[in-house]
Write a protein that binds this ligand. Structure first.
Ligand code: HAM
Length: 408
């Protein structure tokens, strides 16, 4: 029997792990630079937590099961419900605004498609306790800044911004109410508002409102100038230096049920990939989960689409040498001194490795090179007698003789 990872799950060999850590490193640095603190929660939560407020799409994709104690549980498909639950529990004791970030692994039983896996790492950056659109702008700045630090530019990605209340008002003006509204929001999100969708898709029950849907389409395609909170948001983006990445787009409504105000998604400009990130305001979620009335907003950015984009644009980082020093004992008598040299180089903070048995010089240099070392420390009978070690720079080929006691 040959074993393989489950469909939609990834093996992270060192090369893939290095890319993951590189991206995560930029995420951590950028969030901290804007004053966010890292947090985490359990990977397994009560199933109800997601049933209460995640959108139907996510609930359908849950990895859910009944545990040995008879409790219905689910692997986390997103971080927001956990974060809202945790913030709600401690809200009274926490200074406002609460600014948290997390880098959890999430699980969704998705249909196999490009950019969508059944497990992904998602950077979450959230603010709780701020009603001002300046907070929404700060959130967008954080997302943009991370992408900029990864080498992406305005030519590579765009932040599409909208206000959910604007769309809801328009739907009401056009005479839609009750269940029509969530259905239409999903249809807008999925770009499924055409006559075909009314004739044979999810919107057949709205066939008698074909004209209103046509008017809605016209309005969606006509972005106009930002007003109200969106105007304040764009002004704050201007000050923060990320406005050139942002664009008003009335079709962005976000699929998840809990969003309330400004919402946004980040897309690759070529439109070849799925969304790189998505988020917005969810001012009522914390209260709906039993916490206080605490406005909140944030976004999630996944590693899958982002890695594809970086590969596509040739922005993968150079891998730095794995080792600073490769210490080679030449002959049996050098094994002990070589091990002691390894110890002192590691104490000095150098990434150091040595073979477990003596080697010939030629083979040793090849091995050191293949191991990705910057320098080889060659230790033979002659060097030991002189209290020295020969140090060879593997890039330039330069050789020096250093004192064995103080070599670095
Ligand atoms: P979301 O739009 O479901 O939002 O996910 C955010 C991002 O995570 C997506 O744009 C995508 O890059 C990535 N992603 C989602 N599902 C998958 C998947 N199956 N495979 C690979 N990547 C994926 C949320 O999850 C919200 N909870 C984000 C949020 C945080 N809103 C406020 N705070």
């Amino acid at each position: 029997m040959k074993w393989q990872a489950l469909r939609g799950f990834r093996d992270f060999y060192p090369e893939e792990m290095a890319l993951r850590r590189y991206i995560e490193g930029v995420w951590h640095d950028t969030a901290r630079r804007a004053g966010f603190q890292e947090m985490d929660g359990p990977p397994l939560e009560p199933l109800e937590l997601y049933k209460v407020k995640s959108g139907d799409a996510i609930v359908a994709e849950l990895y859910a099961f009944c545990d040995k104690g008879g409790r219905d549980v689910a692997l986390r498909p997103e971080m927001t419900p956990t974060l809202a639950r945790m913030a709600g529990e401690k809200a009274a004791a926490l200074p406002r605004p609460i600014k948290w970030y997390a880098v959890p692994q999430l699980f969704r039983y998705e249909r196999q498609q490009r950019g969508r896996l059944r497990e992904h790492i998602q950077w979450n950056v959230d603010i709780m306790g701020a009603r001002e659109p300046a907070a929404d702008a700060e959130i967008v700045w954080v997302a943009v800044e991370a992408l900029r630090r990864l080498g992406l530019t305005e030519q590579d990605f765009v932040v599409r911004v909208n206000h959910r209340a604007l769309v809801e008002r328009k739907l009401s003006d056009l005479g839609f109410d009750g269940d029509d509204v969530p259905t239409l929001l999903v249809a807008i999100d999925k770009h499924k508002l055409d006559d075909k969708d009314i004739a044979e898709g999810d919107l057949t029950f709205l066939a008698h409102k074909k004209d209103e849907i046509a008017q809605l389409r016209g309005w969606l395609d006509e972005p106009g100038a930002p007003e109200g909170e969106l105007e304040e948001f764009f002004a704050a983006c201007e000050d923060l230096g990320c406005v050139s990445f942002a664009q008003l787009d009335r079709r962005i409504v976000r699929g998840l049920a809990y969003y309330s105000g400004i919402v946004f998604e980040i897309w690759d400009r070529k439109g070849k990939l799925r969304a790189i990130a998505g988020g917005g305001r969810y001012d009522h979620l914390i209260q709906k989960l039993g916490g206080p009335d605490l406005p909140a907003l944030g976004f999630g950015m996944g590693d899958v689409v982002l890695s594809e984009l970086l590969k596509d644009r040739g922005l993968l980082p150079d891998t730095p040498p794995r080792l600073d020093a490769y210490v080679v004992p030449i002959g049996d008598e050098a094994v002990g001194p070589a091990r002691r040299l390894v110890r002192s180089l590691r104490d000095a903070g150098l990434k150091t490795e040595a073979p477990y048995r003596p080697m010939k010089v030629g083979k040793a240099l090849k091995t050191a090179d293949a191991a990705g070392a910057r320098r080889a420390f060659l230790l033979g009978k002659e060097e030991i007698e002189q209290g020295k070690v020969k140090v060879k720079d593997l890039a330039t080929g330069d050789e020096t003789l250093q004192d064995l006691e103080s070599a670095v």
